[in-house]
Each structure stands twice: as structure tokens, then as C-alpha cells.
Write a protein that binds this ligand. Structure first.
Ligand SMILES: *[C@@H]1O[C@H](CO)[C@@H](O)[C@H](O)[C@H]1NC(C)=O
Ligand SMILES: *[C@@H]1O[C@H](CO)[C@@H](O)[C@H](O)[C@H]1NC(C)=O
Ligand SMILES: *[C@@H]1O[C@H](CO)[C@@H](O)[C@H](O)[C@H]1NC(C)=O
Ligand SMILES: *[C@@H]1O[C@H](CO)[C@@H](O)[C@H](O)[C@H]1NC(C)=O
Length: 468
């Protein structure tokens, strides 16, 4: 009996080892094949075609769609608006147009304008990609279960929501069908906002900006522009991550803009940093000096994003890619639709300046956790920039807005509950909402792309907006 069992175990072990060896060989072969290809070709579209010829590959059409294609693929239209900032950057706002509403000022100005502001390394596409869907002729935005997506293996866990009352997952489209005039921000230096009145992106001058400039110039220019265009006195704002850091920063400097943002809904309200950040982004802290002294676009090559996303569209590489995604975002596999992983990865790494990255890393490093302006790394340069030898402190305790809502999650690798607690205690006025998502595994980007985000987050947002 004992011998037979041992023999069985031994055979199982050998079988297992052989399987692992085969897997390993296949993966190594792939890696070498890919590296070899990298040396042969440079154009991204060649790559994408070639990767999809490999066995085990699958495709999600959204992976290579840009912001305009994403909007059109769901049955909406868009407008491009170019907004010039006081320091000469030309930012692109993309407005989602619901084709069932006559596109003239008279009809459109009846809708409440809302500005959606993405986080670090993202763009307006953040708000569009949670799920596949279509605008139906009866005005309902219908989203599909992942049966419609390639290599569906997760059954019907992602149910579709066909009725008028249910709320979809892709917030941008949801709002565009629920009475809002949706504007998508793209901060300076992202792939959609690379224009400047004087500077070109191949000059390092262009890239000399941090979060401070986005606060001082980008947000005011965008807000002024939309209010002027829509003939309104106030504007709703939803931020994710750095989009909130920026708005809190602006509100701490200006009551004028505080009064114009009604309401400000912060998905992952980033402000203080307590050293509890778990994202692999913190591994770049040693590179602060390098990033600061080489003002340039990060990531350094714009092709990288698409390259990796296309490599990841293969059953062999998928898990590896997911692990990388997890290291940075903390999102667990159960919380996103795994067939859309490459859609998410291809919409991260959309560009910003190395100073933006250095600014965040400086904040992660600070012992007091304060949100301070960009540290030029030397007191003379700081003096030149700020009139004082140290960066200045953004002070949340003087924010006078009475229209702020915080929505956050427990498993957020960028924003701990303690950080948020400190912000909540510092904000002097009563909040209009203070909401912890009731799912302990929900993470930072799950607020945009997570499982059931329509019910979990978007419904809450609509309830808040209803009061305005
Ligand atoms: C989205 O759904 C539509 C309609 O079912 C389908 O034709 C399309 O291929 C889907 N797109 C993606 C990216 O899965
Ligand atoms: C640059 O801005 C102009 C309008 O000022 C616009 O026509 C053009 O498309 C923009 N280019 C890019 C690449 O954004
Ligand atoms: C908020 O109001 C207080 C009291 O009026 C004022 O001292 C403070 O400067 C205001 N905050 C901002 C950002 O202007
Ligand atoms: C950090 O912020 C607190 C207020 O939250 C302030 O009292 C303190 O002076 C700040 N530290 C620095 C170094 O500015």
C-alpha cells in the first residue's frame, strides 16, 4: 500500500516536472523570439500584427483604440477643444456628445457640465474602458458581459444591465446618458495634450513642469473654458488619484475656484502621504535626482505601452502581465475582467513629465507626509522658483468648499485609510459624502475599472450629483 502510494506520488512528481519544463521552455522560446523580433522591427503596427500570429494569442479591439475611437465605438460622438494655459500649453479637452441630443448650444447647455480628471500616467480614456457597450436608440447605455470578448472563460459573472435604472461601469458614457455634458481632461504632457504656443516636445523646456503647474495653470484654464462655453456659473468635477491632489491643491489656493466646483467628487482622495504606499512606483524613489535633472517625457518611449499590451494578448504571457499590473496597482485578478487587462495596461503610461514623477516620489519620501510643491533639489533654485529656500506647503485646512465628497477603498496601494483620515480631519468644512466602498479588496484603479463598479461606485456618484 505504502509503496504503491509512493510510486504514484513519484509519477505525479515526474509528470508535473515535465509539464513545468515544457511550459518553461515554451515561455523562454517566446521571450527569445520576441527579443529577436524587437531587434528586427521598429514599427509598432508590425509588432501588433506579428504578436497576434503567435499561437495562444487573442485580441481585444479596445486595446489599440484611442480616445476618439473608443467614444465612436460605443455609438457616441465627440468634440475636441483646445484650451491655452497662461504658460502657453495647449490642452485638449474631449467632450462626449450624445447623438440623441441635438448638438447645439441651446440643447447642450441644458445639460449639467462635468469635468472628469484622470490620474498620473492616464488620460481621458480612464473613464471609457471599464467595459464594452453600446448606446441604444432608446437612450440606454447597454454594456455587455464578457461573452462578447475574446477567450471568455469567466461565464456570466459580468452580467449586462439592460434596464433604464441600472448603472453601467464606464462612468464617462453613463454620465453622457444621464443628463450630463461630459468633458474629459487630458493634462499637459499626456499623449493628447502635447501642444504649446512656443515649445516643442523635443525640447527639455517643454517638460519642465510638475503637479504645481497643473494646479496653477491647467485646472483654472479648463474650468474657465468650460464655464464660458456652457454659460454656467459652476461645474461638477470628478477626479481620480492625482486629479484629486490637483483639485485639493487648487482649492487650497483659491476660493474663487472652490466656489465654482460644485460638487467635487474625489475617487481616491490623494493629499497626504504616510509612507504606506505599496505600489511598485515607490521603487523609483532612488531616481528622483535623475528625473529632476533630465526634464523629459516618461515613459521614455511612447511605443512601449502598445508593445507590452500586444505582447500581453496571449494566454502564455497574460499571467506575467497581470503580475506586473498587480505590482503597480494592487488590483487583484478577481476584481477586474481578465479579458480586459490589456485594455487597461494600454491606457496607462500615457505620458507626463519626469518632473511630475519626481514630484510624486518626493511626496512619498517626505517624513511629515505633507503635500508640498516641487522641490528643485537645491535652495537657490527653490528661492528662484518660490521666493523661499524650501518648497511651499499646500494647506488643506483652509479649503472653504462645502461641496466635497470622498469615495475611497480599503485596498488602495496609493492612498491608505490613514492618509485619508488625516485629510478628512484637516478639511475644515462638512463633507457632502464620505464613503468607503464595501468590498475590502477594492483597490486604486478598481474605482474606475473594478468588478461591479457601476453599482459599487457610479451609482453613488449619480446620487451625489442629483443634489446639484
Ligand atoms: C463590443 O460589443 C460589440 C457588440 O456585441 C462587438 O461587436 C464588439 O466586437 C465588442 N468589442 C470588443 C472590444 O469586445
Ligand atoms: C494643436 O492645437 C491646435 C489648435 O490650437 C489644433 O488644431 C491641433 O490639432 C493641435 N495638435 C495636437 C497634436 O494636439
Ligand atoms: C477660507 O476662508 C478663510 C476665512 O474667511 C480665509 O482666511 C481663507 O483664506 C480662505 N481660504 C482660501 C483658500 O482662500
Ligand atoms: C506640514 O503640514 C502641517 C499642517 O498640516 C504644518 O503644520 C507643518 O508646518 C507642515 N510641515 C512643513 C515642513 O511645512
Amino acid at each position: 500500500m505504502f509503496i504503491i502510494t509512493t510510486k504514484k506520488i513519484l509519477i505525479e512528481c515526474i509528470r508535473y516536472s515535465i509539464r513545468m519544463l515544457i511550459m518553461f521552455t515554451i515561455i523562454i522560446t517566446y521571450i527569445f523570439f520576441i527579443l529577436w523580433l524587437m531587434l528586427q522591427l521598429t514599427s509598432a503596427s508590425y509588432w501588433n500584427t506579428l504578436f497576434h500570429l503567435l499561437p495562444g494569442s487573442f485580441r481585444n479591439d479596445d486595446t489599440n483604440r484611442n480616445i476618439y475611437e473608443l467614444i465612436e465605438s460605443r455609438g457616441f460622438k465627440y468634440e475636441q477643444h483646445f484650451v491655452e494655459t497662461n504658460d502657453g500649453y495647449i490642452l485638449q479637452l474631449v467632450r462626449i456628445i450624445n447623438p440623441l441630443i441635438a448638438n447645439d448650444d441651446e440643447h447642450y447647455n441644458r445639460l449639467k457640465p462635468i469635468l472628469l480628471h484622470h490620474g498620473f500616467q492616464c488620460t481621458g480614456t480612464s473613464w471609457l474602458i471599464a467595459r464594452n457597450g453600446t448606446l441604444l436608440s432608446n437612450g440606454i447605455f447597454q454594456e455587455y458581459s464578457d461573452e462578447h470578448e475574446s477567450t471568455a472563460s469567466y461565464g456570466n459573472r459580468f452580467n449586462s444591465y439592460p434596464t433604464k435604472d441600472t448603472v453601467g461601469d464606464s462612468l464617462g458614457f453613463v454620465l453622457a446618458t444621464k443628463g450630463y455634458d461630459v468633458w474629459l481632461a487630458n493634462y499637459r504632457g499626456s499623449i493628447y495634450s502635447t501642444n504649446h504656443t512656443r515649445l516643442r516636445t523635443d525640447s527639455s523646456e517643454f517638460w519642465k513642469f510638475s503637479i504645481d503647474e497643473m494646479i496653477l495653470y491647467d485646472l483654472p484654464a479648463e474650468i474657465d473654458y468650460i464655464l464660458e462655453k456652457t454659460q454656467r456659473k459652476s461645474l461638477s468635477y470628478i477626479g481620480h488619484s492625482q486629479g484629486n491632489l490637483m483639485m485639493f491643491g487648487l482649492m487650497s489656493l483659491s476660493d474663487y475656484y472652490s466656489e465654482r466646483i460644485r460638487p467635487f467628487i474625489a475617487l481616491s482622495p490623494v493629499f497626504y502621504h504616510d509612507g504606506g504606499i505599496r505600489s511598485a512606483l515607490t521603487r523609483f524613489i532612488p531616481f528622483i535626482d535623475y528625473l529632476r535633472s533630465n526634464p523629459s517625457m516618461v515613459p521614455f518611449s511612447s511605443g512601449t505601452r502598445s508593445f507590452f499590451s500586444n505582447v500581453c494578448e496571449n494566454i502564455l504571457t497574460k499571467q506575467l502581465c497581470f503580475n506586473m499590473f498587480y505590482q503597480f496597482t494592487g488590483t487583484i485578478m478577481d476584481n477586474i475582467n481578465p479579458n480586459r487587462l490589456t485594455v487597461f495596461t494600454s491606457n496607462i503610461g500615457m505620458g507626463s513629465s519626469s518632473w511630475n514623477a519626481a514630484h510624486l516620489l518626493q511626496l512619498y519620501k517626505r517624513l511629515d507626509g505633507n503635500f508640498t510643491s516641487f522641490d528643485m533639489g537645491d535652495s537657490v533654485k527653490n528661492l528662484d522658483r518660490y521666493g523661499q529656500s524650501e518648497p511651499f506647503n499646500y494647506d488643506a485646512s483652509i479649503i472653504n468648499s462645502t461641496n466635497i465628497a470622498l469615495i475611497y477603498t480599503e485596498n488602495d496601494w496609493f492612498n491608505t485609510i490613514e492618509q485619508i483620515e488625516r485629510l478628512r480631519k484637516t478639511l475644515p468644512k462638512k463633507l457632502i459624502d464620505d464613503y468607503l466602498i464595501p468590498n475590502e479588496w477594492y483597490g486604486h484603479v478598481d474605482l474606475l475599472w473594478g468588478y461591479n463598479v457601476g453599482k459599487m461606485v457610479n451609482q453613488r456618484i449619480l446620487n451625489i450629483l442629483n443634489h446639484y
